[in-house]
Ligand binder design. Structure first.
Ligand SMILES: *Cc1c(COP(=O)(O)O)cnc(C)c1O
Length: 383
Protein backbone atom coordinates (compact mmCIF):
# COMPACT_ATOMS: atom_id res chain seq x y z
CA UNK A 1 0.00 0.00 0.00
CA UNK A 2 1.18 3.49 -0.78
CA UNK A 3 2.16 5.58 2.18
CA UNK A 4 1.28 9.23 2.08
CA UNK A 5 3.55 11.73 3.76
CA UNK A 6 2.19 14.73 1.94
CA UNK A 7 1.16 17.86 3.80
CA UNK A 8 -2.39 17.24 2.62
CA UNK A 9 -3.72 14.07 4.14
CA UNK A 10 -4.95 11.42 1.73
CA UNK A 11 -6.90 8.30 2.66
CA UNK A 12 -5.48 5.53 0.44
CA UNK A 13 -8.32 3.14 1.36
CA UNK A 14 -11.06 5.48 0.12
CA UNK A 15 -10.80 5.24 -3.62
CA UNK A 16 -12.26 7.41 -6.32
CA UNK A 17 -11.53 5.44 -9.48
CA UNK A 18 -11.23 7.77 -12.46
CA UNK A 19 -11.70 6.32 -15.92
CA UNK A 20 -9.59 8.33 -18.36
CA UNK A 21 -11.22 6.75 -21.41
CA UNK A 22 -14.67 7.87 -20.25
CA UNK A 23 -13.45 11.43 -19.75
CA UNK A 24 -11.76 11.52 -23.16
CA UNK A 25 -14.84 9.95 -24.75
CA UNK A 26 -17.05 12.68 -23.26
CA UNK A 27 -14.80 15.42 -24.67
CA UNK A 28 -14.93 13.84 -28.13
CA UNK A 29 -18.70 13.28 -27.91
CA UNK A 30 -19.41 16.87 -26.85
CA UNK A 31 -17.07 18.31 -29.46
CA UNK A 32 -18.88 16.14 -31.98
CA UNK A 33 -22.05 18.17 -31.32
CA UNK A 34 -20.31 21.41 -32.31
CA UNK A 35 -19.37 22.91 -35.65
CA UNK A 36 -15.75 22.17 -36.55
CA UNK A 37 -13.54 24.88 -35.13
CA UNK A 38 -15.70 25.55 -32.08
CA UNK A 39 -13.40 25.81 -29.10
CA UNK A 40 -13.88 23.54 -26.11
CA UNK A 41 -13.54 24.88 -22.59
CA UNK A 42 -13.28 22.19 -19.90
CA UNK A 43 -14.81 23.50 -16.67
CA UNK A 44 -12.75 22.08 -13.81
CA UNK A 45 -13.86 24.25 -10.89
CA UNK A 46 -14.69 22.71 -7.48
CA UNK A 47 -11.81 20.21 -7.66
CA UNK A 48 -12.99 19.18 -11.13
CA UNK A 49 -16.55 18.62 -9.85
CA UNK A 50 -15.15 16.50 -7.03
CA UNK A 51 -13.14 14.25 -9.33
CA UNK A 52 -9.69 15.67 -8.50
CA UNK A 53 -8.29 18.74 -10.24
CA UNK A 54 -4.73 17.55 -10.84
CA UNK A 55 -5.83 14.13 -12.09
CA UNK A 56 -8.48 15.49 -14.45
CA UNK A 57 -6.19 18.17 -15.86
CA UNK A 58 -3.50 15.57 -16.43
CA UNK A 59 -5.89 13.35 -18.37
CA UNK A 60 -7.30 16.28 -20.37
CA UNK A 61 -3.89 17.43 -21.56
CA UNK A 62 -4.19 14.50 -24.00
CA UNK A 63 -7.55 15.73 -25.27
CA UNK A 64 -8.33 18.56 -27.65
CA UNK A 65 -9.18 21.08 -24.97
CA UNK A 66 -8.71 24.77 -25.78
CA UNK A 67 -9.39 26.27 -22.35
CA UNK A 68 -9.77 25.32 -18.73
CA UNK A 69 -12.27 27.27 -16.64
CA UNK A 70 -12.12 27.57 -12.87
CA UNK A 71 -13.86 29.75 -10.28
CA UNK A 72 -10.84 31.29 -8.55
CA UNK A 73 -7.26 32.27 -9.21
CA UNK A 74 -6.13 29.74 -6.60
CA UNK A 75 -7.34 26.90 -8.78
CA UNK A 76 -5.77 28.52 -11.87
CA UNK A 77 -2.37 28.66 -10.17
CA UNK A 78 -2.72 25.01 -9.20
CA UNK A 79 -3.40 24.05 -12.83
CA UNK A 80 -0.60 26.24 -14.21
CA UNK A 81 1.86 24.22 -12.14
CA UNK A 82 0.72 21.09 -14.02
CA UNK A 83 -0.12 22.20 -17.57
CA UNK A 84 1.26 25.38 -19.09
CA UNK A 85 0.12 25.14 -22.68
CA UNK A 86 -3.66 25.46 -22.18
CA UNK A 87 -5.06 28.90 -21.23
CA UNK A 88 -7.19 29.21 -18.10
CA UNK A 89 -10.32 31.31 -17.73
CA UNK A 90 -11.11 32.44 -14.18
CA UNK A 91 -14.90 32.74 -14.09
CA UNK A 92 -15.39 34.79 -10.95
CA UNK A 93 -15.15 38.49 -11.77
CA UNK A 94 -12.10 40.48 -10.74
CA UNK A 95 -13.02 42.88 -7.93
CA UNK A 96 -11.18 45.96 -6.66
CA UNK A 97 -10.69 44.61 -3.10
CA UNK A 98 -8.72 41.67 -4.45
CA UNK A 99 -5.02 41.44 -3.59
CA UNK A 100 -3.15 43.35 -6.36
CA UNK A 101 -0.62 40.49 -6.51
CA UNK A 102 -3.38 38.30 -7.91
CA UNK A 103 -3.88 40.59 -10.89
CA UNK A 104 -0.15 40.60 -11.54
CA UNK A 105 -0.01 36.81 -11.19
CA UNK A 106 -2.98 36.41 -13.53
CA UNK A 107 -1.37 38.64 -16.17
CA UNK A 108 2.07 36.98 -15.96
CA UNK A 109 0.56 33.48 -16.12
CA UNK A 110 -1.52 34.40 -19.15
CA UNK A 111 -4.79 33.67 -17.32
CA UNK A 112 -7.97 35.13 -18.76
CA UNK A 113 -10.01 37.11 -16.22
CA UNK A 114 -13.65 38.16 -16.15
CA UNK A 115 -14.82 41.73 -15.65
CA UNK A 116 -18.33 42.93 -14.91
CA UNK A 117 -17.70 46.46 -13.58
CA UNK A 118 -15.80 49.54 -14.77
CA UNK A 119 -14.17 49.68 -11.32
CA UNK A 120 -12.56 46.31 -11.99
CA UNK A 121 -10.97 47.63 -15.20
CA UNK A 122 -9.73 50.73 -13.38
CA UNK A 123 -8.31 48.45 -10.70
CA UNK A 124 -6.48 46.27 -13.26
CA UNK A 125 -5.09 49.38 -14.97
CA UNK A 126 -3.81 50.87 -11.72
CA UNK A 127 -2.23 47.60 -10.56
CA UNK A 128 -0.47 46.96 -13.87
CA UNK A 129 0.37 50.61 -14.62
CA UNK A 130 4.01 50.38 -13.64
CA UNK A 131 5.02 47.46 -15.82
CA UNK A 132 4.20 46.21 -19.28
CA UNK A 133 2.00 43.32 -18.21
CA UNK A 134 -1.24 42.76 -20.05
CA UNK A 135 -4.33 40.99 -18.72
CA UNK A 136 -6.79 39.36 -21.08
CA UNK A 137 -10.39 39.71 -19.96
CA UNK A 138 -13.82 38.46 -20.92
CA UNK A 139 -16.87 40.63 -20.29
CA UNK A 140 -19.77 38.75 -18.73
CA UNK A 141 -22.99 40.22 -20.12
CA UNK A 142 -26.23 39.88 -18.17
CA UNK A 143 -28.92 38.29 -20.30
CA UNK A 144 -31.16 36.74 -17.65
CA UNK A 145 -28.98 34.79 -15.21
CA UNK A 146 -29.22 37.56 -12.64
CA UNK A 147 -25.99 36.75 -10.84
CA UNK A 148 -23.01 38.91 -11.69
CA UNK A 149 -23.14 39.80 -15.39
CA UNK A 150 -22.86 43.45 -16.46
CA UNK A 151 -26.15 44.91 -17.68
CA UNK A 152 -25.91 45.60 -21.43
CA UNK A 153 -25.40 49.40 -21.07
CA UNK A 154 -22.66 48.81 -18.48
CA UNK A 155 -21.11 46.10 -20.61
CA UNK A 156 -20.95 48.44 -23.58
CA UNK A 157 -19.28 51.11 -21.47
CA UNK A 158 -16.93 48.47 -20.07
CA UNK A 159 -15.82 47.40 -23.53
CA UNK A 160 -15.12 51.02 -24.54
CA UNK A 161 -13.10 51.45 -21.35
CA UNK A 162 -11.11 48.25 -22.06
CA UNK A 163 -10.45 49.33 -25.65
CA UNK A 164 -8.95 52.61 -24.39
CA UNK A 165 -6.83 50.95 -21.72
CA UNK A 166 -3.17 49.96 -22.00
CA UNK A 167 -2.94 46.89 -19.76
CA UNK A 168 -6.33 45.24 -20.30
CA UNK A 169 -7.17 43.43 -23.51
CA UNK A 170 -10.65 42.32 -24.55
CA UNK A 171 -10.39 38.58 -25.24
CA UNK A 172 -14.01 37.52 -24.91
CA UNK A 173 -17.66 38.39 -24.42
CA UNK A 174 -19.96 35.85 -22.85
CA UNK A 175 -23.18 35.15 -21.02
CA UNK A 176 -24.52 32.32 -18.87
CA UNK A 177 -27.85 30.47 -19.01
CA UNK A 178 -30.13 30.17 -15.99
CA UNK A 179 -32.47 27.45 -17.26
CA UNK A 180 -30.83 25.57 -20.14
CA UNK A 181 -31.16 22.34 -18.14
CA UNK A 182 -34.95 22.65 -17.98
CA UNK A 183 -37.35 21.07 -20.41
CA UNK A 184 -38.92 24.41 -21.31
CA UNK A 185 -36.24 26.31 -23.20
CA UNK A 186 -38.20 29.51 -23.80
CA UNK A 187 -36.33 31.51 -21.14
CA UNK A 188 -33.00 30.23 -22.50
CA UNK A 189 -34.06 31.32 -25.99
CA UNK A 190 -34.86 34.78 -24.63
CA UNK A 191 -31.42 34.95 -23.09
CA UNK A 192 -29.85 33.86 -26.34
CA UNK A 193 -31.76 36.59 -28.23
CA UNK A 194 -30.66 39.26 -25.77
CA UNK A 195 -27.02 38.17 -26.01
CA UNK A 196 -27.18 38.08 -29.81
CA UNK A 197 -28.72 41.55 -29.94
CA UNK A 198 -25.97 42.85 -27.69
CA UNK A 199 -23.28 41.39 -29.94
CA UNK A 200 -24.74 42.84 -33.14
CA UNK A 201 -25.56 46.23 -31.60
CA UNK A 202 -21.89 46.75 -30.76
CA UNK A 203 -20.32 45.06 -33.78
CA UNK A 204 -19.00 42.31 -31.54
CA UNK A 205 -20.43 39.60 -33.76
CA UNK A 206 -17.83 40.34 -36.40
CA UNK A 207 -14.97 41.56 -34.24
CA UNK A 208 -11.69 39.69 -34.67
CA UNK A 209 -9.63 38.45 -31.77
CA UNK A 210 -12.41 37.85 -29.29
CA UNK A 211 -14.25 34.72 -28.24
CA UNK A 212 -18.02 34.82 -27.97
CA UNK A 213 -19.36 32.10 -25.68
CA UNK A 214 -22.54 31.19 -23.82
CA UNK A 215 -23.16 27.46 -23.64
CA UNK A 216 -22.84 25.37 -20.48
CA UNK A 217 -23.34 21.60 -20.74
CA UNK A 218 -27.11 21.75 -21.16
CA UNK A 219 -26.91 24.39 -23.89
CA UNK A 220 -24.06 22.55 -25.61
CA UNK A 221 -26.30 19.49 -25.80
CA UNK A 222 -29.67 21.13 -26.47
CA UNK A 223 -29.06 24.59 -27.98
CA UNK A 224 -26.67 24.43 -30.95
CA UNK A 225 -27.47 28.08 -31.72
CA UNK A 226 -25.75 28.98 -28.47
CA UNK A 227 -22.38 27.42 -29.31
CA UNK A 228 -20.79 30.57 -30.82
CA UNK A 229 -16.95 30.37 -30.74
CA UNK A 230 -16.62 28.19 -27.64
CA UNK A 231 -18.65 25.90 -25.37
CA UNK A 232 -18.01 25.65 -21.61
CA UNK A 233 -18.74 22.12 -20.44
CA UNK A 234 -18.65 21.06 -16.81
CA UNK A 235 -21.03 18.35 -15.65
CA UNK A 236 -21.21 16.67 -19.08
CA UNK A 237 -17.44 16.26 -19.13
CA UNK A 238 -17.79 14.00 -16.10
CA UNK A 239 -20.47 11.93 -17.76
CA UNK A 240 -23.75 13.47 -16.60
CA UNK A 241 -26.55 15.47 -18.17
CA UNK A 242 -27.44 18.43 -15.95
CA UNK A 243 -30.48 16.37 -15.11
CA UNK A 244 -31.59 12.93 -16.30
CA UNK A 245 -32.39 13.03 -20.01
CA UNK A 246 -34.80 10.64 -21.66
CA UNK A 247 -33.42 10.68 -25.19
CA UNK A 248 -30.04 12.40 -25.15
CA UNK A 249 -28.43 13.24 -28.51
CA UNK A 250 -25.09 12.20 -27.12
CA UNK A 251 -23.99 9.29 -24.93
CA UNK A 252 -21.97 10.38 -21.91
CA UNK A 253 -19.99 8.01 -19.70
CA UNK A 254 -19.63 8.57 -15.95
CA UNK A 255 -15.97 9.11 -15.08
CA UNK A 256 -15.81 8.31 -11.36
CA UNK A 257 -16.64 5.36 -9.13
CA UNK A 258 -16.23 5.80 -5.39
CA UNK A 259 -15.30 2.77 -3.28
CA UNK A 260 -14.67 2.25 0.42
CA UNK A 261 -13.61 -0.80 2.46
CA UNK A 262 -15.61 -2.88 4.91
CA UNK A 263 -13.66 -2.73 8.17
CA UNK A 264 -15.87 -4.85 10.43
CA UNK A 265 -18.73 -7.36 10.28
CA UNK A 266 -21.07 -7.65 13.25
CA UNK A 267 -24.16 -9.69 14.09
CA UNK A 268 -26.95 -7.57 15.52
CA UNK A 269 -29.85 -9.48 17.12
CA UNK A 270 -33.43 -8.72 16.11
CA UNK A 271 -34.78 -5.79 18.08
CA UNK A 272 -31.37 -4.26 18.86
CA UNK A 273 -31.14 -0.69 17.55
CA UNK A 274 -28.41 0.40 15.18
CA UNK A 275 -26.24 3.57 15.24
CA UNK A 276 -26.93 7.11 16.52
CA UNK A 277 -30.50 7.92 17.36
CA UNK A 278 -31.46 4.22 17.26
CA UNK A 279 -33.24 5.04 13.99
CA UNK A 280 -33.06 1.48 12.69
CA UNK A 281 -34.24 -1.57 14.63
CA UNK A 282 -33.79 -4.83 12.70
CA UNK A 283 -36.76 -7.20 12.51
CA UNK A 284 -34.47 -10.21 12.15
CA UNK A 285 -30.97 -11.21 13.26
CA UNK A 286 -28.85 -9.06 11.00
CA UNK A 287 -25.29 -9.13 9.71
CA UNK A 288 -24.03 -5.57 9.42
CA UNK A 289 -20.92 -4.41 7.61
CA UNK A 290 -19.24 -1.24 8.81
CA UNK A 291 -17.89 0.76 5.89
CA UNK A 292 -15.11 3.23 6.61
CA UNK A 293 -16.74 6.31 5.12
CA UNK A 294 -19.16 8.89 6.42
CA UNK A 295 -20.51 12.36 5.95
CA UNK A 296 -17.03 13.84 6.55
CA UNK A 297 -15.97 12.12 3.32
CA UNK A 298 -18.93 13.40 1.35
CA UNK A 299 -21.46 10.62 1.96
CA UNK A 300 -24.47 12.68 2.94
CA UNK A 301 -26.13 12.11 6.31
CA UNK A 302 -29.55 12.24 4.67
CA UNK A 303 -28.73 8.87 3.07
CA UNK A 304 -29.35 7.27 6.49
CA UNK A 305 -31.79 4.34 6.14
CA UNK A 306 -32.43 5.32 2.51
CA UNK A 307 -29.48 4.69 0.21
CA UNK A 308 -27.79 1.43 -0.69
CA UNK A 309 -24.33 0.32 -1.81
CA UNK A 310 -23.24 -2.28 -4.31
CA UNK A 311 -21.16 -5.38 -3.52
CA UNK A 312 -20.47 -6.98 -6.89
CA UNK A 313 -23.93 -7.81 -8.21
CA UNK A 314 -25.61 -7.53 -4.80
CA UNK A 315 -27.19 -4.55 -3.08
CA UNK A 316 -26.95 -3.75 0.60
CA UNK A 317 -29.13 -1.09 2.22
CA UNK A 318 -27.66 1.57 4.49
CA UNK A 319 -29.05 0.95 7.99
CA UNK A 320 -29.10 3.49 10.79
CA UNK A 321 -27.63 6.97 10.71
CA UNK A 322 -24.65 7.75 8.54
CA UNK A 323 -21.89 8.72 11.01
CA UNK A 324 -19.04 11.16 10.51
CA UNK A 325 -16.57 8.43 9.43
CA UNK A 326 -18.63 5.24 9.23
CA UNK A 327 -21.79 3.85 7.75
CA UNK A 328 -23.45 0.47 8.36
CA UNK A 329 -24.90 -1.82 5.69
CA UNK A 330 -27.28 -4.74 6.11
CA UNK A 331 -25.37 -7.53 4.36
CA UNK A 332 -27.41 -10.44 5.75
CA UNK A 333 -28.47 -11.48 2.24
CA UNK A 334 -25.14 -10.86 0.52
CA UNK A 335 -22.99 -13.98 0.07
CA UNK A 336 -19.26 -14.13 0.94
CA UNK A 337 -18.87 -10.69 2.46
CA UNK A 338 -15.38 -10.19 3.85
CA UNK A 339 -13.63 -7.64 5.97
CA UNK A 340 -11.35 -5.61 3.67
CA UNK A 341 -13.68 -5.98 0.71
CA UNK A 342 -14.43 -2.75 -1.17
CA UNK A 343 -18.01 -1.70 -1.72
CA UNK A 344 -19.23 0.67 -4.42
CA UNK A 345 -20.51 3.81 -2.74
CA UNK A 346 -21.10 5.95 -5.83
CA UNK A 347 -21.50 3.95 -9.01
CA UNK A 348 -20.31 4.93 -12.48
CA UNK A 349 -23.60 3.94 -14.08
CA UNK A 350 -26.47 6.35 -14.79
CA UNK A 351 -29.13 3.81 -13.82
CA UNK A 352 -27.49 2.25 -10.77
CA UNK A 353 -29.38 2.37 -7.47
CA UNK A 354 -26.25 3.96 -6.01
CA UNK A 355 -25.58 6.09 -9.08
CA UNK A 356 -25.25 9.85 -8.91
CA UNK A 357 -28.81 10.56 -10.12
CA UNK A 358 -30.34 8.16 -7.57
CA UNK A 359 -28.31 9.69 -4.75
CA UNK A 360 -29.18 13.21 -5.90
CA UNK A 361 -32.89 12.28 -5.78
CA UNK A 362 -32.50 10.92 -2.24
CA UNK A 363 -30.72 14.07 -1.10
CA UNK A 364 -33.22 16.30 -2.91
CA UNK A 365 -30.38 17.92 -4.83
CA UNK A 366 -28.71 17.87 -8.25
CA UNK A 367 -26.02 15.50 -9.50
CA UNK A 368 -23.45 18.31 -9.26
CA UNK A 369 -23.66 18.43 -5.49
CA UNK A 370 -23.29 14.67 -5.02
CA UNK A 371 -20.08 14.77 -7.08
CA UNK A 372 -18.54 17.89 -5.54
CA UNK A 373 -19.14 16.49 -2.05
CA UNK A 374 -16.56 13.72 -2.60
CA UNK A 375 -13.82 14.92 -0.30
CA UNK A 376 -10.38 15.93 -1.58
CA UNK A 377 -8.74 13.48 0.85
CA UNK A 378 -10.23 10.54 -1.05
CA UNK A 379 -7.47 8.78 -3.00
CA UNK A 380 -7.86 9.31 -6.75
CA UNK A 381 -6.93 6.17 -8.70
CA UNK A 382 -6.51 6.94 -12.39
CA UNK A 383 -7.18 4.16 -14.90
C1 LIG B 1 -20.02 26.20 -13.90
C2 LIG B 1 -20.15 26.97 -15.12
C3 LIG B 1 -20.25 26.33 -16.36
C4 LIG B 1 -20.40 24.83 -16.50
O1 LIG B 1 -21.72 24.45 -16.20
P1 LIG B 1 -22.19 22.93 -16.44
O2 LIG B 1 -23.65 22.96 -16.26
O3 LIG B 1 -21.51 22.12 -15.38
O4 LIG B 1 -21.74 22.55 -17.79
C5 LIG B 1 -20.24 27.11 -17.50
N1 LIG B 1 -20.17 28.46 -17.42
C6 LIG B 1 -20.10 29.11 -16.23
C7 LIG B 1 -20.02 30.59 -16.22
C8 LIG B 1 -20.09 28.39 -15.04
O5 LIG B 1 -20.05 29.04 -13.87
Amino acid sequence: MRVYLAETMIRPDLQAHLFSEALLHNVRALKGLCRPGTKFCAVVKANAYGHGLAEVVNILRHAEVDFFAVASIYEAIHIAAIVREIPILILEPIYPAQAPDQVVAAARNGFHGVVTTVEAVDFIESVLSRGDDLLRVHVNVESGMGRCGADPEVAQHLIERIDKSTHTLLAGVFTHFATADEEDLSYAHNQLDRFRRFLTAHDLDRREGILRHAANSAATIKLPDAHFDMVRCGISLYGYYSRRMADPPVRLEPVMRLEAPIVQLKRIPAGHPVSYGCSFVPQRDTLTAMVSLGYADGYRRCFSNRACMRLGSHWAPVVGRVCMDQVLLDVTDVPDVKVGQHVTVIDNDHDSACGVYALADLADTICYEILTCVHAHVNRVVH
